[in-house]
Write a protein that binds this ligand. Structure first.
Ligand SMILES: Nc1ncnc2c1ncn2[C@@H]1O[C@H](COP(=O)(O)OP(=O)(O)OP(=O)(O)O)[C@@H](O)[C@H]1O
Length: 300
């Protein structure tokens, strides 16, 4: 059993931006979802965990070892899938993966070749292995990203917004791949897409304004909210009135109709119906609660 221990982590940038504020998280084997709106601090946290950035204060232990005191030890056990690689060389997928495997310390040529070919099979890129990565579609690039993240059998995998821009079929395929990695390692999945966490993660946290504002099991968090969410179909013209007078956590268009979701122990008024909350309501009610408490949470 591996354990990632994030303790009192803070990080600020020039211009007074406080990206992380005393973040504490304890993550063990399996998939852990980190949800948060744009600007919440997710990428900053992922980069610190990947030892690409240093925190201002606090520390991170993986398997009991401080990752910033022993960055090389962590890197040999880390699979990092960044939000964007930035450059996609004209090198073939096979050559690039082989090169990255070498950089990761897989020196034995035969073992390296076996692992590279197995990962290309696993990520469904075997047929395209001689094609330049620069010609790959978004979904293929993401799958290539997973392949390189899995090189060297990492015990900690960090995936930063991995499904952004994927079509539903590619997203499903990607989910299948991630879940195959299984319970054997720690997988941290950062995203602003609630369904990614709902579909994949037995544990999760919500990050907003650099703070952890909620943490737990998605099913338990949704059960805790049960009986406190109310829904009503409203006109666009009436929306402002409801926003001013009720704790509106979110709005959603369903079949062309505008639906309003309101938090409350009792029915907020005529036309409202009790709504069985899912993770989306958990997420929006957490952001609403943090906003109400006067904490900066960024924009959705
Ligand atoms: N290099 C940097 N210099 C200055 N400010 C930065 C830098 N990187 C991030 N920030 C700021 O820090 C805050 C957190 O950014 P971060 O990218 O970590 O959030 P995020 O949750 O990953 O958002 P997104 O989903 O939009 O990438 C934001 O206000 C962002 O503008």
């Amino acid at each position: 059993m591996y354990r990632l221990d994030i303790q009192h982590l803070s990080k600020s940038y020039g211009g007074g931006v406080q990206a992380l504020r005393a973040v504490n998280l304890r993550v063990s084997n399996g998939m852990f979802g980190l949800l948060g709106p744009n600007g919440a601090g997710k990428s900053t946290l992922m980069r610190i965990l990947a030892t690409l950035q240093e925190p201002d204060s606090g520390r991170v232990l993986f398997d009991g070892s401080n990752i910033h005191e022993h960055p090389h030890a962590l890197r040999s056990r880390l699979g990092y899938l960044p939000q964007d690689f930035g450059v996609y060389p004209r090198t073939s997928a096979l050559q690039l993966l082989d090169h990255l495997a070498l950089l990761k310390g897989l020196r034995n040529r035969k073992e390296r070749k076996e692992q590279v070919l197995a990962l290309l099979q696993q990520t469904n890129l075997y047929e395209a292995r001689h094609r330049a990565v620069s010609t790959f579609s978004g979904g293929m690039r993401q799958r290539f990203g997973i392949a390189q993240a899995l090189l060297g059998n990492p015990s900690l995998i960090i995936a930063d917004e991995p499904t952004a821009g994927l079509d539903p079929e590619e997203r499903n395929r990607f989910h299948g791949l991630l879940s195959e990695i299984g319970e054997q390692v720690v997988v941290l999945l950062s995203t602003h897409i609630v369904e990614d966490v709902q579909d994949l993660c037995p544990q999760m946290a919500v990050l907003a304004g650099g703070r952890v504002i909620l943490q737990g099991r998605p099913t338990a968090l949704a059960a805790d909210l049960n009986g406190r969410v109310w829904r009503k179909t409203v006109t666009k013209a009436a929306l402002e009135h409801y926003r001013r007078t009720l704790p509106v956590i979110s709005t959603r268009m369903t079949g062309g109709l505008l639906q309003l979701y309101v938090l409350g122990d009792d029915c907020p008024g005529e036309g409202f119906e009790a709504f069985y909350p899912g993770l989306e309501e958990v997420y929006f009610s957490a952001l609403f609660g943090a906003q109400r408490a006067g904490k900066e949470v960024g924009v959705c």
